[in-house]
Design a protein. Structure first.
Length: 281
């Protein structure tokens, strides 16, 4: 069984976001031999999930802007067609107070199973996990929703923060210690700070690493080595689809030399525990 912990789908009113996402990584990263995903409609995306044996897919919200809003995602999660998809509340909002209001509003619907934050857009611009962010952590802990933070060089250098050190995962240590019942997920695996992400998660069991497409980047194999070595319970599979096609990550991780039992944790069990899904189906 497989849970894709990070993807976008062309749900109603998100079609442009899906189309715009098809080539952004390939073009900005100059990835060779990477083609655009073939699907354009939601039915076609579901067909890809079936083809690749993906049971559930997590759609991480963006914020409250039309064309990528939490309201649109919530409307989708209410319909039967959404049964394969799991939503995270997006708090890519101007400031901490609005982020907290958004969490409170959409957590009350019971439709979402986590919170997603592109921290580089949050004001004021503070280090990840700064005490000023505590109201966000408190709201997530209150509603028992894991918090997925997107950290990587692409947000630290090409994003609105323009600060390479912004992507350093060790900045989460204080928050993870202060909120031991809150699970933190590092989207993009904080690449290229691979060893720092692994080291941080090694001593903080409430930090999970989601390397998504960066398992194919330089040093990306270290995430998988860490899963085999000592972090088998804290590494998650994600595709970053449609920025790259499913084959980009799946071909790598399916053929990895996994230790016994670790592959199923990576593909399904760790994510299922975070999302409140049955671990064994």
């Amino acid at each position: 069984m497989i849970i894709d912990f990070r993807m976008k789908a062309p749900i109603p009113k998100w079609e442009k976001l899906f189309v715009d996402g098809k080539d952004v990584i390939r073009d900005s990263s100059k990835l060779r031999n990477v083609v655009s995903v073939p699907s354009n409609t939601l039915d076609e995306v579901i067909g890809e999930l079936d083809f690749h044996g993906i049971d559930y897919a997590v759609i991480m919200g963006r914020g409250n802007e039309p064309g990528s809003s939490n309201e649109e995602l919530a409307d989708f999660l209410k319909i039967p067609l959404s049964k394969r998809f799991i939503g995270f509340i997006g708090v890519d909002t101007p400031n901490i107070d609005e982020a907290v209001r958004t969490i409170e509003t959409y957590a009350a619907t019971g439709l979402f199973r986590g919170v997603a934050l592109n921290a580089s857009v949050l004001l004021p611009h503070l280090p990840v996990g700064d005490p000023a962010w505590d109201p966000i952590f408190i709201a997530c802990a209150k509603h028992k929703l894991p918090l997925a933070l997107t950290l990587s060089v692409y947000l630290g250098v090409t994003g609105p923060r323009q600060n390479y050190d912004f992507a350093r995962p060790s900045q989460l240590v204080r928050a993870a210690q202060a909120f031991p019942d809150l699970n933190f997920i590092i989207n993009h695996g904080a690449w290229p700070f691979v060893n720092e992400a692994i080291g941080t998660a090694s001593y903080l069991r409430n930090i999970y690493i989601l390397p998504d497409l960066f398992v194919r980047f330089p040093d990306g194999e270290r995430y998988l080595e860490a899963a085999n070595f000592h972090l088998s319970n804290q590494i998650l599979y994600g595709s970053n689809y449609p920025n790259v096609p499913y084959e980009f990550t799946l071909d790598k991780v399916k053929n990895w030399n996994w230790d016994e039992g670790v592959q199923q944790k990576f593909f399904y069990e760790n994510a299922a525990k975070l999302l409140g899904l049955p671990v064994h189906e």
